[in-house]
Design a protein around this ligand. Sequence first.
Ligand code: SF4
Length: 345
Amino acid sequence: MPVRLREALPDEIERWLGDAGEPRYRALQIFRGLQARGLEPAGLTDVGKTLRARLAAEAGPPAGEVAEVHHSVDGTTKLVIAFADGAMVETVLMGTTIPGRMSQCISTQVGCAMGCVFCHSGIAGLKRNLTASEILAQIHLARVHVPEGEQVTNVVLMGMGEPLHNYEAVRRAIQIMTHPDGLGLSTRRVTLSTVGLVRGLEALGRDFSGQIALAVSLHAGDDAVRSRLVPVNRRHDLESVVAALRAYPLPARRRITIEYTLISGENDDLGQARKLARLLRGMAVKVNLIPMNQHGASPHEAPPPETVEAFRDVLVRAGLSVFVRHRRGADIAAACGQLALRPST
Ligand code: SF4
């Protein structure tokens, strides 16, 4: 099979069955078992023993396992997932404002190549891309840690890594997440967080007709400041990122989230706020202001609350919707920019 079974779509499984001389009509049943029910191939008891054994041999060992579980006082759970080669990533389960519904933040790479100065994942650099099955494994493995009566209805690709820098695997993982016989998530409940890689934004918009929600990290109102904080800005400057966002085929009444990490003395002056407001004029966006999460590896720190307020006021006066984000899971280093590489990776 050219595509691995754990990340195969129904038509690919069907082709494999045909080539293997097995009944093709089993494809959807196998896909549902692996993805909707999160079973191991050996656990697919509704297919015959021989086929089950062939599937298990084809799939090989599980993509990963839970190495650590950390519970935060605010109800957030962080799981450390270990993969076969010893690489590790983190995934975080969070409650939402709607009872019974949870949101899961997942990683797409081991480390990250973007090098954002305030981010723990970026400081260590990129180790490797995750495969689609490793991206999906984070959701499957977290199932037993979802409290009784709750369900993961929202997935945010906002953990370690830049999803658009590993687009082929991310696209496949999203296809399976949103397939009605896969994980069955609504496309509007999948959010991809990016620094704004322009060609990736174009591909995502085209492949999913703009249905995938976007959270775009700008973190500055001009290129000089952004290039310092988000080095990839030297290749994808603000003008090209904003142009790609304006071209994103966003459905009516939906908005792009603009992420802005506020860092004391770096990007928290009101001049940046005014430039940001100008950049975003007329766009369907909401702005999340995130006072930086402190972590040992970075000399940067969050501005005082009055600076955050003043920054927000400039944006609000310009007609933008603005939210100041709480630092959830900060006590277990699960908040944005704190997902770190493990020593063994
Ligand atoms: S903030 Fe995101 S894009 Fe930037 S280095 Fe960290 S993980 Fe990568």
